[in-house]
Design a protein around this ligand. Structure first.
Ligand code: AOF
Ligand code: ZN
Length: 333
């Protein structure tokens, strides 16, 4: 049992390496163990690429026949962009599969386990289940609800300003801004209110371009947007959706239909407050700079935004420094 947890933790650590490149697939890690030693390791590296189990089997330094495989998700049994992992596991002669959690996808959902069992492979599951579910929380939410996992993000100065009035464009430093692009890499859509487009003329793209640009979503009236704004100028590269409606739940359902598994809400404060107030946010990320803007500040966090934020029940899972900026990251209960 202790050994199961130890090896599953190694697999979970490997899985994390895929974050940012595998979405909207889950991040999955795998180790192959023989005589209590790891003989092969692998993880799902890239959307459309080989699965964790295949990479782990390939990396084995000795024959995996008779070995135990630890994997952070039930092995798939369907032809997607890659062939079923179950086939490869059976062919390799694996004796036992320990999987952290069942794959909730309709095409798998326990069928992977069934096929392996039928081939005489012993199955053990629910090892580090909570960690495994947390690691791919958006994937599990989407499978269950068909609605995207919503990340609400904003940046503020130490005295609570969300924008600045002087000639400098940014509140946070370049390390924080780089992190935002890593965040954008994970999501399939970014949403802002029309006022943010009018005020900032944002691009809302991932830079540098990795060939997978998120959909850009604007809440507001299309007629209010200037024809030459950055969003329109780059619409060929990545589409822009404009939702007139104020019903955010409906917006989420419609994005879900378009297979948007993770949505990043980037502002402004009215839109952010609406998502928080309507309890539609799953995760919150706040970058706070160490600089006081005082007279150079524009748009201070409103009382209503503060109040709404203070009422949230948040699990703080991570506090990290980016030079002198602080990033606070939490899951909303
Ligand atoms: C696994 N191992 O490492 C991952 C799995 O289109 P494909 O072939 O890449 O299949 C994607 C689906 O496979 C995905 O929706 C999820 O159900 C499962 N992901 N399964 O056995 C892995 N990433
Ligand atoms: Zn697979």
């Amino acid at each position: 049992m202790a050994a199961d947890i130890k090896f599953m933790k190694s697999a979970l650590t490997l899985a994390k390496k895929g974050i940012g490149n595998v979405e909207s697939n889950p991040a999955v890690g795998c180790v192959v163990v023989k005589d209590n030693k790891i003989i092969g390791k692998g993880w799902h590296k890239k959307f459309g690429g080989a699965h964790a189990e295949i990479n782990a089997l390939k990396s084995c330094k000795q024959s995996p026949a008779g070995a135990t495989m630890y994997v952070t998700l039930e092995p798939c049994c369907h032809f997607g962009k890659t062939p079923p992992c179950t086939n490869a596991i059976i062919k390799a002669g694996i004796k036992k599969v320990v999987a952290a959690v069942k794959d909730p996808t309709r095409k798998v959902a326990g069928k992977g386990f069934k096929i392996l069992k039928k081939a005489g492979i012993e199955i053990k599951t629910n090892i580090c289940k909570n960690e495994a579910e947390k690691l791919n929380a958006p994937f599990f939410k989407f499978a269950k609800t068909k609605k995207p996992w919503v990340i609400v993000k904003w940046a503020q100065s130490s005295d609570g300003f969300l924008a600045r009035s002087d000639e400098k464009r940014w509140i946070t430093n370049s390390a924080s801004r780089k992190d935002v692009h890593n965040l954008r890499k994970k999501v399939q859509a970014i949403l802002v209110g029309i006022n943010t487009v009018l005020a900032d003329d944002p691009m809302l793209t991932v830079r540098p371009d990795n060939g997978r640009q998120p959909l850009r979503v604007v809440l507001g009236r299309a007629s209010k947007l200037p024809q030459n704004c950055n969003l329109f100028r780059t619409a060929k590269k990545s589409p822009v959706y404009i939702f007139k409606g104020r019903n955010l739940n409906n917006v989420l359902a419609r994005l879900g239909k378009r297979n948007i598994q993770q949505l990043l809400v980037e502002g402004g404060q009215k839109v952010i407050t609406s998502f928080l107030k309507q309890k539609l946010a799953d995760e919150i990320i706040i970058y706070t700079s160490n600089e006081k803007l005082a007279r150079n500040g524009k748009i201070k966090t409103s009382q209503i935004m503060k109040k709404t934020y203070n009422r949230l029940k948040i699990n703080y899972i991570d506090k990290r420094l980016f030079a002198k900026d602080v990033r606070l990251k939490g899951f909303i209960k």
